[in-house]
Design a protein around this ligand. Sequence first.
Ligand code: DLL
Length: 449
Amino acid sequence: MIFEPDIETMDRAALTALQSERLRNTVARVYEKVPHSREALDSAGVKPTDIQGVSDLWKLPFTRKSDLRDTYPFGLFATDRGDLLRIHASSGTTGKPTVVGYTSGDLEVFGKVCARALAGGGAQPGMLLHNAYGYGLFTGGLGIHAGGETLGMGVVPASTGMTERQVRLIMDFGTEVLCCTPSYALTIAREFKNQGISPDQIPLRFALVGAEPWTETMRYEVDSQLGVRSVNIYGLSEIIGPGVSFECVEERHGSHVSEDHFLVEIVDPDTGEQLPDGQEGVLVITTLTKEALPLIRYWTGDITSLDRSRCSCGRTLTRMAMVKGRTDDMLIVKGINVYPSQIEAAFGKVRGLSPFYRLLVDRSGTLDQLEVEVELSKEVFDEVTSEFLSEEIIEADQLLRGVREDAQRAIRENIGISAKVILLEPERLPRSEGGKAQKVVDKRKVLVS
Ligand code: DLL
């Protein structure tokens, strides 16, 4: 189902005209209302009148997370504090949190883009939505909540944690749609299994998962363990929260960007030059309708590519590929760029591994060392332990060695780096309780511990 067909299937020329008009207004407003951004434009030698349309976008300077931090808390806001109806903030693990605000108009847009995403993912008015994104300063909970209500769904504001209870509520209510992070979807799946509930007994039909990178391997696990068809939902607080882009349940091949509100481009991470469609780089987003916190050319740090070809679902909105990772998540190990999702993708082809893994990077002397802890799949683990019981230890040992060698080879062949793989028994790694999973421990950054 398409929530706003007029917009979502709009002819490209009409959409570009709409974007150009909104871009002109946004730049003029920001220039007038936000001194910090006015200075940035002035020092780049750009006047609002230089921006006539989308094709002039490249002339504008980037806005970065540091601009939000430097002007903490409300320095980039274009409205009075009295016009704010809501404030969200990032957890701010390093330094000050990033604060974002919404006017009544912004909240309406937020609800609509999330409703588009839910409808795109298979949800329909009248269905129940189990929302296991965190409620609070994180935008996931309240954002998706508003999307469900805007679409006409009944929303269960489950938030995160207490997985046993989440499973019980889904079963008792007969809930059709699940929203949570991909790692938490697998935690919920494991709890269903522990309670002896098989995928065909679970009432869920659709899942919108996001807020952290995930891969096709994980999608397969989510779908098969929960008996759902899962789609990706992407977003970031600075731009609005969830709902910046979403996959359609028909194709599940790239996430449609709500381009009437968010203008996207891909740029070279080193030079900032715009890159052509299809090429991978940093996603940069300009808000087109945001009132409280309009952002010009916001450097998301997320690595992806764009595809403007038509989609069989009927939407004309540009699609962005699954986010590979963030520029600041990228590890440089022995001079080679490594994203956690590349390891996950490489492991997807190895029999005997589960999707639960963690990268540990350390330095011995001047040499970087990468270790990857990964849990064995339940099947292989059972096979190995039963062989132990029957005292066929040698065979079990061979099986484990084989899995480990395959895993190490997959990393070498796919990423070009040698890593030590450590096989763990199932459920050894810390599980996501609804938040974003921590996939990397970089011990090189710890100066004193
Ligand atoms: O994670 C908003 C959100 C909530 C999106 C619920 C989807 C669902 P932040 O906490 O500000 O906002 O984190 C934003 O998370 O820049 C990406 O690096 C990452 N991210 C978000 N969605 C995805 C996704 C929310 N589908 C940051 N795939 C972004 C990969 C994602 N990474």
